[in-house]
Design a binder for this molecule. Sequence first.
Ligand code: ADP
Ligand code: MG
Length: 325
Amino acid sequence: MLLEVKNLRTEFKLKRGIVKAVDDISFTIDKGEILAIVGESGSGKSVTSLSIMGLLQKPGRIADGEILFKSQDLNKLNKNELKKIRGNNISMIFQEPMTSLNPVWRIKDQIMESIMTHMQISKKEALARTIEMLDTVGIPSAAQRANDFPHQMSGGMRQRVMTAMALACEPELLIADEPTTALDVTIQAQILELLYKMREKFNMAVMLITHDLGVVSEAADRVIVMYCGKIVEEADVRSLFEKPLHPYTVGLMQSIPQIDDESEERLYMIKGMVPNPLNMPQGCAFSDRCDHSMERCTKEIPELKEVSGRKVRCFLYEEGGTAGK
Ligand code: ADP
Ligand code: MG
């Protein structure tokens, strides 16, 4: 096991109350595994990844839990130890690459700097490696483009540069937070293809965060569905797509835009809105949007329970429930 997150709780203490952005989640990622985390905006995906990376900003804080990377609790490391792990062992790519690239540095200098911080190699070797990585991520004429500044590149190219930078140190785990959201469909597919290739080449594990189940079906081995800071369903990708169990997952599935739908409009939207995190319903957080809501759902929070080798947090699947038969 590469990463084991145990009972993680991350909170933001605001004047108006406490936002439980990540509310007691546990999951694992194996070596070489691609785990997708899906859920609508605000479900706690980014806060989960920032918690793992030790990049939470105030007033965010990890209130409880363990983040074991190869059995070492990252939450107990000091800043320098964490910095070493980031880049050497765990890398992250973000949704908007422009914000994480330095606008006044040439692409090659940024990647070389990152490589040389983490690997004991000469400048010449670092440059060769930089160009090789840019080539690997599919940047044409990599040796020339390496001299570009970020603003000289398109969004897709910048995302590739970020990806090259994240992969240059051959991380064991890549956390990719909506890496394709800002990109057009063709580039999206290429970036996903690339992550897949990297997994094959280095046995790299990927935690792939997305709100798009279409992306998941193509790339992931296993899927975690999050809603309001909690895991509501976990399954291998095939089972999930064959038979989503949680009504929320069913809703997400029905919201996948069809490939032949030129307008790319969603055929269906889950009714209602994500609740205000400072004013959560008493029972199941999804109860007021759910077509199957029962009285019990508005009073108690269901637990995440095993159902035929997968996990689901819903009373429909508990003893006496009406589904899953
Ligand atoms: P996702 O990535 O799934 O869209 P996030 O992890 O960004 O969702 O956010 C989860 C919850 O945490 C949301 O309710 C969001 O409003 C809250 N949150 C995130 N960052 C902050 C912050 N800096 N201050 C207060 N609340 C935050
Ligand atoms: Mg996010």
